[in-house]
Design a protein around this ligand. Structure first.
Ligand code: SF4
Length: 126
């Protein structure tokens, strides 16, 4: 085992750099509202592998705006729930769709996938 990982307790997944925000001081530079995203299958394999080897006590999915890629977010969060990671976080700016039905569906999917700590980013006020 790489000694650098000896005390690994937390996993963070930057799901996509795509974002609906246009915050002037974004630490991640320019964003498009569409773009690439993380390989959900590879991320899930990493969750299973790392949670099996280390005492991971928290996992976070963020972006960009991660809810532009909700399939990948839910895959990762469900894997974390299955591996009994106690704290499963999502950071979102809360704006990913204008359709109320789709927003409700997204909220339900997040709950079912096991997100249990939701952080709402208001970076526009930095
Ligand atoms: S919402 Fe967050 S990721 Fe998106 S532009 Fe603003 S600071 Fe950057």
């Amino acid at each position: 085992m790489n000694p650098a990982f000896r005390n690994l307790r937390r996993l963070e997944f930057l799901v996509t750099l795509a974002c609906t925000g246009r915050c002037k001081r974004c630490s991640e530079g320019e964003h498009a509202s569409t773009g690439g995203h993380i390989d959900g299958g590879a991320a899930v394999r990493a969750v299973y592998s790392l949670c099996g080897a280390f005492g991971i006590d928290s996992l976070m999915t963020f972006g960009g705006e991660p809810l532009l890629c909700i399939d990948e977010v839910c895959e990762i969060q469900a894997a974390a729930q299955e591996m009994s990671v106690p704290k499963r976080q999502l950071i979102t700016n809360g704006f990913f769709n204008r359709d109320e039905k789709k927003i409700r569906e997204a909220a339900l999917r997040l709950a079912q996938s096991g997100v249990n700590d939701l952080l709402l980013s208001v970076d526009a006020f930095h």
